[in-house]
Design a protein around this ligand. Structure first.
Ligand SMILES: Nc1ncnc2c1ncn2[C@@H]1O[C@H](COP(=O)(O)OP(=O)(O)OP(=O)(O)O)[C@@H](O)[C@H]1O
Ligand SMILES: [Mg+2]
Length: 281
């Protein structure tokens, strides 16, 4: 079976005004991700995690250019797709959750419409059926008082609830790949733990493939079946580490498992190595 995602020799650069300054944000990154698995990519601030995520989704700002490489999604080369083809793939087959949920939510839509209208934008379905799907998803992410929430606007929700709605919106089409960029960085520790468990539960229930980038070592080990450590800029893959923890995980027993402690120490040491500027071996 071929991998769901095959990234090879990927390099993305930012070009300054009049092409003067070039920042090599992602440099020769190669990895694969099998369908149904979870993979965490960890790196220091500025190591190119967001740039990598945006490159995979082809959502880069105008100052960026993909200098080299290949991104194959279910065997199809994404880098040669037109913008219209990418729009059709994004949302339907691959979805992204960002650090700031407000960036993925429409402030003018109620919670119900965020989800229902996202579905109706690409699929012919009645408003009633779309709202039923929205309610089902809100129940699946354990949002408190869903009947009341559906008619509220994003600004009326707490940060954790907004992120739950953003998760619903991302999952509305049953995407094959869910890509997350520091999705829980802006919430408190307890909400963060709840959202991590929610993502793990949805992964187990829906079988969605999950790729996430984070600077948080514990989160990468807790959520991932594999962890990739990035070097400092220009960013390459430094190490690809299997997470030898059972798929059945919970905040208390997993985090107190000696294997968890060993893995986080390993990842920590690799990040320190990257900071010293050692290149991949
Ligand atoms: N729009 C841009 N224009 C020019 N350079 C940029 C732009 N966005 C990012 N960069 C540069 O690219 C490099 C990687 O940035 P990126 O945001 O991908 O890192 P990151 O790992 O996501 O960092 P953080 O953990 O702080 O979110 C940095 O050197 C950054 O300054
Ligand atoms: Mg970032």
């Amino acid at each position: 079976m071929s991998a769901l995602l095959e990234v090879s020799g990927l390099s993305t650069q930012y070009v300054g005004a009049r092409g003067t300054r070039v920042t090599r944000a992602v440099d020769d990154v190669t990895f694969t991700l099998e369908a149904g698995r979870t993979l965490g990519i960890v790196g220091e601030s500025g190591s190119g995690k967001t740039t990598l995520a945006l490159t995979l989704m082809r959502l880069l700002p105008p100052a960026a250019r993909i200098a080299a490489g290949s991104v194959r999604f279910e065997g199809e080369e994404l880098l040669s797709k037109s913008d219209a083809q990418m729009r059709a793939i994004r949302g339907k087959r691959m979805a992204m959750i960002l650090q700031d949920p407000m960036a993925s939510l429409n402030p003018l839509f109620t919670v119900g419409d965020q989800i229902a209208e996202t579905l109706r934008a690409h699929e012919t379905t009645t408003r009633r059926a779309a709202w039923a799907r929205a309610r089902g998803l809100l129940a699946a992410v354990n949002i408190a008082a869903p009947e009341r929430r559906v008619s509220e606007f994003p600004h009326e929700l707490s940060g954790g609830m907004r992120q739950r709605v953003a998760i619903c919106r991302a999952l509305v089409y049953d995407p094959e790949l869910l890509l997350m960029d520091e999705p829980f960085a802006a919430v408190d520790a307890q909400t963060r733990a709840d959202l991590e468990d929610l993502i793990r539960a949805l992964w187990r229930r829906l079988g969605v493939t999950i790729l996430f980038v984070t600077h948080d070592i514990d989160e990468a080990v807790y959520l991932g079946q594999r962890v990739i450590v990035l070097s400092v800029s220009p960013t390459e893959v430094q190490t690809d580490l299997p997470v030898n923890l059972p798929d059945e995980r919970d905040q208390l027993s997993t985090r107190s498992d000696p294997r968890f402690a060993t893995l986080r120490a390993q990842v920590y040491a690799l990040i320190q190595r990257a900071k010293r500027g050692d290149r991949p071996v």
